[in-house]
Design a protein around this ligand. Structure first.
Ligand code: 5AD
Ligand code: SF4
Length: 439
């Protein structure tokens, strides 16, 4: 047998891309590829790209510029672009950067092995279709390779919400849920390979409505099924939309033992005028009432969010409404972005806020969010939490893992192995992590 060819994958953007990159590596494993951590000795480089904000795509082009030198040294090197930039500007990539051999959109990853063969024959290949066949079935992993204790599992893909700023409905396509039995089988397989925590992924994960034995299954029903899987200790899900937060999911957050007390629930803005223009179809008030109901079900839940500042025509007063909403919610973590125009989206036609003004608002929002995040993190000191141990820390005897609330925790004098769900008392709070000791 010939030596394995080396595959270097660079992943940008969201967790779904991380999941997709794993599937692509497995699919190309069948073509004799093994993953490498360095681009320098690769036989194939795949960039799994993100198109959600402007700079993401620009980074891809500048990185491709650097790979040009590698290709000059090794003409057999094949270079591919996958992900949402591939979907959005496939042909443009081929034109702008002739070193690219293949371009593959997120719905065509199962066709990668075939595409790789064509690229090896010296052809340029581009596939940005939305094919009918079941990508996930065809991307099934080679069983039993051992893996780390925390894994992602895509249950739903695409989005039908069409927020006015967002490219996802165009790059990932219409909302599709995978059948429940396939997800349960994949979860079982992950657990057999050492996984203890599964994060269910979807652009609109709580809109999940996959086929079950007796009709469609909600996300909560799927979670209750996963709760029965022996050896699986923790379940998470992301990203949710406020309008799809059904009662049974809120109840599950309160009562399902393995479901973790963490919810990423983006609101984007606090002004009803802006929310309307964003086509979010919820108000600040309805979001706040929703948070209230979720906290009634699970009082200790940590809420996380996404925000966009400087959306077209956002005034200082609108922005103030965002700050007010943040004050009221108290976020445990949050991601905030300056609005960036995405060509082809409805908001792209509207007048921009002065960029300096938008920068200044972003700083003010981030200062508030950082303060809240730190306060909530500090309030963990003295509490007992579960920590799933993921790897050894920098110091002797130290292990690092994630708490139930997704805080990184450094556990001192820890004699437990990776994959253990330890009970830990939090004793300190640093800039980005907590310190703890075994109970
Ligand atoms: N500009 C800025 N931020 C955006 N997001 C999505 N599209 C844009 C855009 N055009 C943010 C939203 C979303 C997160 C994944 O990225 O906050 O929830
Ligand atoms: Fe984009 Fe809105 Fe869909 Fe989220 S809900 S993926 S922001 S269109």
């Amino acid at each position: 047998m010939s030596a394995p060819k080396k595959l270097f994958i660079k992943t940008y953007g969201c967790q779904m891309n991380v999941y997709d990159s794993e599937r692509m590596a497995e699919a190309l494993g069948g073509q004799g590829y093994e993953e490498t951590k360095s681009a320098d000795d690769a036989d194939m480089i795949l960039m799994n790209t993100c198109h959600i904000r402007e700079k993401a795509a620009e980074k891809v082009y500048s990185e491709l510029g650097r790979f040009k030198k590698l290709k000059a040294k090794n003409p057999d090197l094949k270079i591919g672009v996958a992900g949402c930039v591939a979907q959005a500007e496939g042909e443009e990539i081929m034109r702008r950067q002739p070193i690219v051999d293949l371009v593959v959109g997120p719905q065509s990853y199962h066709r990668l092995p075939e595409m790789e063969s064509k690229a090896r024959e010296g052809k340029k290949v581009l596939d940005t279709d939305f094919p009918e066949e079941d990508k996930f079935e065809k991307l099934k992993s080679r069983p039993k390779a051992k893996r780390g204790p925390a894994a992602f599992l895509t249950v739903q893909e695409g989005c039908d919400k069409f927020c006015a700023f967002c490219v996802v409905p165009y790059t990932r396509g219409a909302e599709v849920s995978r059948p429940a039995d396939r997800i349960l089988r994949e979860a079982q397989d992950l657990v057999e390979r050492g996984v203890r925590e599964i994060t269910l992924l979807g652009q609109n994960v709580n809109a999940y409505h996959g086929a079950g034995a007796t009709g469609d299954v909600t996300l909560a029903q799927l979670i209750w099924e996963l709760n029965k899987v022996d050896g699986l200790e923790r379940i998470r899900f992301t990203t949710s939309h406020p309008n799809d937060m059904q009662d049974d999911l809120i109840e599950a957050l309160g009562s399902c033992a393995k479901l973790m007390p963490y919810l990423h629930l983006p609101v984007q803005a606090g002004s009803d005028k802006i929310l309307k223009r964003m086509n979010r179809s919820h108000t600040a008030e309805s979001y706040l009432r929703l948070i209230e109901r979720i906290r009634e079900a699970r009082p200790d839940i940590l809420i996380s969010g996404d925000f966009i500042v400087g959306f077209p025509e956002e005034t200082e007063e609108d922005f103030q409404a965002t700050l007010d909403l943040v004050e009221e919610v108290r976020y445990g973590t949050a991601y905030s972005f300056k609005y960036s125009t995405r060509p082809g989206t409805p908001a792209a036609e509207r007048p921009l806020v002065d960029p300096a003004e938008a920068d200044e608002r972003l700083q003010r929002l981030q200062a508030l969010l950082t303060r809240q995040q730190r306060e909530i993190q500090d309030s963990m000191v003295g509490r007992e939490v579960g920590v799933l141990l993921e790897k050894p820390g920098r110091f002797d005897g130290q292990m690092v893992g994630k708490s139930d609330y997704l805080h990184a925790v450094h556990v001192a004098d820890c004699d437990r192995p990776v994959g253990d769900l330890a009970r830990v008392r939090i004793v300190s709070s640093g800039t980005n992590s907590l310190g703890g000791v075994l109970i």
